[in-house]
Design a protein around this ligand. Sequence first.
Ligand SMILES: [Zn+2]
Length: 244
Amino acid sequence: MKLLQRRRAPGTVREKHFSLSLRGRSVPLVVRKNPRAKRIIVRLSGDGDGVVVTVPARTAFDEGVRAAKRNADWIIQRLDAVPPRLPFADGVAIPILGRDHTIRYRAKGRSGVHLEDGELVVTGPDALLAGRVDRWLKKRARTEITVRVAAKTARLGRPAGRITVRDTRSRWGSCSSRGNLSFCWRLVMAPEAVLDYVVAHEVGHLAVPNHGPQFWRTVATLTDDVESARLWLRRYGRALHRYG
Ligand SMILES: [Zn+2]
């Protein structure tokens, strides 16, 4: 199919953001051009809060918007089926490395946030609870990810650049051409084997930049169960975006 490929003019816009009004609801919409797309595909965004429409490279962005409007019923149905958000609050159970921990607020006691008998205990002014849990989880994510990057880069014999941990929505991790690694902090809520796989995947890119057989062989030397981890992310990954 090489002959059919055309080079994209530099600076071509690849995606546009819209706010869609569907049945009186405002729904964020991204229309994305994909040179490999053969037809228009409408789906929910990774966090389940909006819509992503993929269109072939030569299709106008407006065509993507029209496709979303034509699928209004389906979109509303799917949006309603997405589990509700779970803000960090007293009594809410959140997974840490895949195990549920209930958030417990205590007005007094050892200050800050700490784990105690399977609960995440938060003290201090209760107005600050959500922010404290959020920061604690991000810090924990950074720690868990950093130790794994260190172990795996040592095994691979290739150093990593900077490690960034943030709230990425479209991907769980990435590796730049300079070897800088970026991860979604929400991985700290996934089972340990899943977090381990995503780290192995990005560290694997330090040796092999593509997703060919050599890459997957490398990843398999850095983590235990690639297939179950990938399956878990496809099935349950979106649910991690409900928290906080
Ligand atoms: Zn990859």
